[in-house]
Design a binder for this molecule. Structure first.
Ligand code: ADP
Ligand code: MG
Length: 604
């Protein structure tokens, strides 16, 4: 009696559903299109985007091109030239294989494809709007393929809302194009963002050339080559010296069998290798090309094909760990410029009985010829500034050392405070007694809250310290854009930044609570945060900046405090408005009321 209620969805609806997975955001479209161009054997690939790819994306290649028949098929779901049968899934050497990308993209945007085979005189043009073919013609065109994608999600407004700011979307595109360029150094990539050329790799088949064009010559001095082979795994690539740590994983690219992938085991192996040598937080710059037998990996884990499953994860982990460790511990060629420069400065400051850079600390500054005012840079190194301010900052509550007896007295007399500090546990938590119960305080979260409040109360500008000698930093074009756009907010946050070259910024003032040596990391972290924000207002940026700065400057778990320092911390915490949470919203303190205690001891 009951009629069937299950329907097979029509192709257009199925494509829109698939698009939800494949076409997450403009960067995923750019990735799919570039991967198609690479599969087609292209030598040059040009990507042009506008408004972070939301209004316009064009990818042009000089690859194989398609016949008119294939062009029509390429936009049909599950149509692919790359595999034929299920067995082929065991041994995938192309980047694509699911035949999903083009139909999915064409279902949620206005899409055009122009393509021509080398041997043909005419090419094919077709246009699809929201999954419907609206035009198809033959005509003159270049060899290769050009695809344009406009008005992304024009027919799926719900998806449109999930797009971030053009700045955030273009930074993701920049990121993925960089990684794809690193995976194929033999291909020349051009990225044009809002009519500005922002990336151009030379296609010389040398990884170092790609890295230099992406990150600047300054970085190139701090790189080491990796070469490792172990039975059927080979690992090659370039990694940064342990001193060149970055504040995010954005500078890490992992490539397995020429495919850019994400894999937490590989990332972990690299972290472990670095941190076994240098116990410091941060992420090294790494580009690793890992080659394993095709049938020992499964790439068909997720539609976006960035997650990868290894048949033997442990083996890959061990090989990566060994490759990186061996590279880092091998002696460096004595001609390494950065090393010699560092040595010179170390000697100078040791002789001058001044602050020598700590072992392994890199001196990142630029001998600049841009500004003759700083020609005496040789005489006073920024390192010295950094060390000085470190000395100043080391002691958060700079009090004279006190005897145990004194510390007891300080505790007992502490009753005038709302909370009386009782002691420290695990160098991480503070116990305190209040009128209304027992308090356990997370020392890092609490100090973070204090600093955040202190800094945000500074109405115009947070307190700053001037650097004796300016420090020069290099940023990539996206970061330069952010610095330019938000220079007023950075000023409020305590950074005095002047743009002195296409990629170079001069820093003359930093927040008082941050050591000069930490300021570069801090700045980069703020830049990263801004790029992922949804339409950040000046207020958002200020909040993010203060949050990051207070986290940086706060005492950490593991710092041993004296009783007076503990009491000072507790007092300050009591005077903040939102003392129960840190600026991230984590608890800063937990209270056990007498009632809670009674309950726990079953006295009720
Ligand atoms: P897949 O890459 O998984 O095969 P796509 O939907 O991305 O699926 O592409 C479908 C087909 O269109 C590909 O298999 C390929 O034959 C063809 N194609 C797509 N882009 C290009 C290009 N830039 N150059 C040549 N052929 C292309
Ligand atoms: Mg594809």
């Amino acid at each position: 009696m009951n009629a069937s209620i299950i329907r097979v969805l029509d192709e257009n609806t199925a494509n829109k559903i698939a698009a939800g997975e494949v076409v997450e955001r403009p960067a995923s479209i750019v990735k799919e299109l570039i991967e198609n161009s690479l599969d087609a054997g292209s030598r040059t690939i040009e990507i042009e985007i506008e408004d972070g790819g939301t209004s316009f994306i064009r990818v042009t290649d000089d690859g194989s091109g398609m016949s008119s028949e294939d062009a029509k098929l390429s936009v049909v779901r599950h149509a692919t030239s790359k595999i034929r049968e299920v067995e082929d899934l065991e041994c995938i050497s192309s980047l694509g294989f699911r035949g999903e990308a083009l139909p999915s993209i064409a279902a949620v945007a206005k899409f055009t494809l122009t393509t021509r085979l080398k041997q043909e005189t005419l090419g094919t043009f077709l246009e699809i709007q929201g999954g419907t073919l609206t035009d198809m013609r033959e005509g003159g065109s270049n060899i290769g393929t050009t695809i344009t994608v406009s008005d992304l999600f024009f027919n799926t407004p719900a998806r449109r809302k999930f797009l971030k700011t053009p700045g955030a979307e273009s930074s993701q595109i920049h990121n993925i194009v960089s990684k794809l360029a690193l995976s194929h150094p033999e291909v020349s990539f051009k990225l044009i963002n809002n009519q500005k050329l922002v990336m151009h790799t030379p296609g010389t088949n040398k990884l170092v050339d790609v890295l230099t064009s992406l990150y600047g010559v300054q970085v190139a001095d701090d790189l080491i080559n990796v070469n490792y082979a172990d039975n059927d795994i080979t690992i090659s690539g370039i990694i940064g010296k342990p001193t060149l740590l970055k504040s995010s994983r954005q500078w890490q690219t992992y490539i397995v069998n020429l495919r850019v992938i994400n894999n937490r085991f590989i990332a972990k192996a690299v972290d472990n290798a670095y941190h076994s040598l240098l116990p410091k937080t941060g992420y090294p710059l790494t580009v690793l090309h890992i080659t394993v037998p095709l049938d020992s990996v499964d790439i068909n884990v997720h539609p976006q094909k960035v997650d990868i499953k290894f048949r033997d994860e442990q083996k890959v982990f061990r090989s990566v760990y060994k490759a990186v460790t061996a590279t880092l511990t091998a002696p460096l060629p004595p001609t390494q410029l950065a090393a010699t420069v560092q040595l010179r400065f170390t000697e100078r400051y040791q002789n001058a009985n001044s602050f020598a850079p700590a072992a392994g600390k890199v001196c990142h500054w630029k001998q600049t010829s841009l500004d003759s005012d700083y020609s005496q840079q040789e005489e006073v190194s920024p390192i010295m500034v950094a060390r000085e301010s470190l000395q100043r900052q080391d002691n958060i509550f700079p009090l004279p050392p006190i005897s145990p007896l004194e510390s007891v007295r300080a505790t007992v007399e502490g009753t005038q405070f709302a909370l009386r500090a009782l002691g420290q546990i695990e160098d991480c938590y503070i116990l305190a007694q209040g009128k209304d119960g027992l308090y356990i305080i997370d020392q890092h979260a609490a100090h973070e809250r204090i600093l955040y409040d202190r800094m945000s109360k500074a109405a115009n500008r947070i307190p700053i310290q001037q650097l004796l000698v300016p420090v020069f930093f290099e940023f990539d074009p996206r970061e330069m854009d952010v610095i330019q756009e938000h220079s007023a907010v950075f000023y409020q946050l305590g950074f005095s930044l002047d743009i002195v070259g296409p990629n170079t910024v001069r820093l003359t003032e930093v927040p008082a609570d941050i050591s000069a040596s930490d300021s570069e990391d801090l700045l980069r972290q703020i830049l990263l945060e801004v790029q992922t924000m949804h339409k950040p207002t000046a207020q958002d940026l200020r909040h993010a900046g203060l949050q990051i700065a207070s986290c940086r400057a706060a005492i950490k778990a593991g710092d041993t405090l004296t009783m007076r320092q503990i009491q000072a911390l507790v007092d300050e915490l009591c005077s903040t408005d939102l003392s129960y949470t840190c600026p991230h919203g984590r608890p800063a303190m937990i209270r056990f009321s007498p009632k809670d205690l009674a309950k726990m001891f079953k006295r009720t």
